[in-house]
Design a protein around this ligand. Structure first.
Ligand SMILES: Cc1cc2nc3c(=O)[nH]c(=O)nc-3n(C[C@H](O)[C@H](O)[C@H](O)COP(=O)(O)OP(=O)(O)OC[C@H]3O[C@@H](n4cnc5c(N)ncnc54)[C@H](O)[C@@H]3O)c2cc1C
Length: 549
């Protein structure tokens, strides 16, 4: 993406300084906004990213069909009217190439590339107590130091592969969806396996089915999904969106999940069943998350209401899949609608009506091993040219667990979080001074950039406060951290999703320590509105819960 002109300005390991006021890790949506604010203040700061270029999620996830479930115009940055006025989103739910182009447009427009360094992975970070600085070790051999580290390392940036025997034996092409090859991959006529039926698989399957000779999908657990109802945004429509940007972002700030979709205020039981169905018919036909987030609150709280909603969506699946037995296999039986993050789809269910698509129930006939030519289930051998692992991410804490982070007294963050994350406001960790997280565990926004902006806007005055007071260290107090953990835990209470087998509860069958039954409290489930209030209250109270020294 970098042009020769911009590349020339980029720092290389040979020319970059070793000492900074602030190091930002991650050049995704969060890191880009963070460095903008730091550069504006003239802070000596840099961004480090393991990737070869900026974009984070949108640099990595290049699989066919990769796109937002967020309305594009609610996902873009809100802070610059110049950016808002110039950028034209061409689809209501932007595809990955357009989003990556957008992030490059932002960085080039704001001249941020010269503050970024790529191809450098932070492997270890140690807090040096006598100097109140972090010492960072990079995979390129460099040792850097910074007063403050701001980690925007990504909520879904660490892919997890399954643990099948024989994965290295496969002679064809295989990769995780987050590592889809950058060079074009022609699947015409190929025999392709997709392992997994989560949000990514649901995006990729309809697209690949049109190219592949044969597509075989291995499903262990069915997932609820509802139509994305995507469409183009014409120039006049984009002009109308521009004219109401203030309202759009204000609506996001009022919504628990930071979307334009606001939960219906009526009580489920006050609305007669026929009217409920008519309401759902309308939501099912609308673009985006309305069917999930503009629904009755009881869907998330009340088993009976959730069962009725699930039955409605199950009927929709039955209408769309011709083979009744196949439809039943695609209808989740182990969890209710919407208690896991809802994947949105385009022709997902119809894809199973195609002759070249097969669905294998890998709960009934588990995959036993990957072979040189394909894979073996408990029932039969399959031959493939390509195996795609759509097996998700080590969500929220994965990127942190991959770095050896040592705070006061040499304490390891990995050890501290062994049973699950513990944070203050999802931003700080007690005992790990001068370290800030953006998009880390125990924050709220489901529409991530909205949350990133709130987080950066919160941390900047804190840094200025520290500097103005002549302090060199800030650290969350243990009591404040415990209180936040208690609030996060309480936010799960009564929610049906607290039993979900998903990243909301930290479940991941491919990761040791993430087994079902031990909840890892990964998000502040009460939502963005309350979350923003907590941040504001802490700041207004002179950064209550934070000790400065
Ligand atoms: C397929 C997919 C679809 C999604 N769709 C949506 C959506 O519709 N709406 C929504 O709101 N969110 C969506 N998300 C979530 C998405 O991750 C966030 O929206 C957002 O992109 C997060 O930005 P970030 O900058 O916080 O993290 P990321 O974009 O993940 O960037 C983190 C960066 O940190 C770097 N990094 C990590 N560890 C290190 C290290 N040790 N050293 C150096 N660099 C490191 C990574 O290389 C990466 O570039 C989606 C995620 C995926 C995977």
């Amino acid at each position: 993406m970098a042009t020769p002109a911009t590349q020339a300005k980029q720092r290389t390991p040979e020319t970059a300084p070793c000492d900074y006021d602030v190091i930002v890790i991650g050049a995704g949506v969060s890191g880009i906004y963070q460095i903008k604010r730091l550069v504006d203040l003239g802070v000596r700061a840099t961004v480090l990213d393991a990737n070869q270029d900026l974009g984070g999620t949108w640099y990595n996830n290049r699989y066919p069909g990769a796109r937002f479930d967020s309305e594009s115009y609610t996902y873009g940055y809100s802070f610059s009217s110049e950016l808002l006025n110039e950028w034209h989103w061409t689809e209501r739910f932007s595809p990955q190439p357009e989003t990556l182009r957008y992030l490059n447009f932002v960085v080039d427009k704001l001249k941020l590339r010269e503050h970024m360094q790529f191809g450098c992975r932070v492997e270890a970070m140690r807090f040096n107590e006598p100097t109140d600085t972090w010492q960072l070790s990079l995979n390129d051999g460099r040792a850097l130091s910074a007063r403050v580290v701001i980690a925007g390392m990504g909520p879904l940036s660490t892919p997890t592969l399954p643990k099948f025997a024989g994965m290295a034996d496969f002679k064809g092409i295989s990769f995780h969806t987050a590592n889809w090859p950058h060079a074009p991959l022609d699947l015409t006529g190929k025999r392709v396996a997709i392992i997994g039926t989560g949000a990514t698989a649901i995006q990729i399957i309809p697209v690949i089915a049109q190219q592949a000779g044969q597509l075989t999908v291995f499903q262990r657990r069915a997932n609820w999904a509802a139509p994305l109802n995507n469409g183009p945004i014409s120039a006049p429509e984009m002009a109308a969106i521009r004219a109401r940007y203030d309202d759009i972002f204000a609506a996001c700030a009022r919504s628990p999940a930071a979307f334009e979709h606001i939960p219906d205020s009526r009580r489920f039981y006050d609305v007669p069943p026929a009217e409920r169905r008519a309401f759902w018919d309308r939501l099912y036909a609308e673009p985006g998350f309305g069917i999930w987030l503009a629904n009755f609150a009881e869907i998330f709280l009340d088993e009976h209401a959730n069962a009725e909603m699930s039955a409605y969506i199950a009927d929709r699946i039955r209408q769309r899949v011709k083979d009744p037995a196949l439809a039943e296999l695609l209808i989740p039986k182990d969890h209710g609608f919407g208690i896991q993050r809802l994947p949105l789809e385009t022709n997902y269910f119809e894809t199973y009506n195609r002759d070249n698509v097969e669905l294998v129930n890998s709960k009934a006939t588990p995959i036993e091993r990957i072979t040189a030519t394909g894979l073996r289930t408990s029932e039969r051998d399959f031959e493939f040219d390509v195996i795609v692992y759509a097996t998700g991410f080590d969500a929220f804490t994965g990127a942190y667990d991959r770095v050896d982070i040592r705070g006061l007294g040499g304490q390891s963050l990995r050890d501290k979080w062994a049973e699950g994350p513990v944070t203050y406001l999802g931003m700080l960790v007690s005992g790990f001074p001068n370290m800030v997280m953006l998009g880390g565990p125990q924050t709220a926004a489901a529409n991530f950039p909205r949350g990133s902006e709130i987080a950066v806007d919160w941390i900047m005055p804190l840094l200025q406060h520290m500097q103005a007071q002549g302090h060199t260290r800030f650290d969350a107090q243990a009591g404040a951290e415990q209180a936040w953990f208690d609030a996060v835990k309480l936010s799960y209470q009564g929610l049906l999703m607290s039993k979900a087998q998903s990243w909301i509860t930290g479940y991941n069958s491919n990761l040791d320590g993430h087994e079902y039954g031990h909840t890892r409290y990964n998000i502040f489930a009460t939502g963005g509105v309350q979350y923003a209030r907590h941040l504001k209250a802490a700041a207004d109270g002179g950064y209550a819960g934070i000790a400065f020294a």
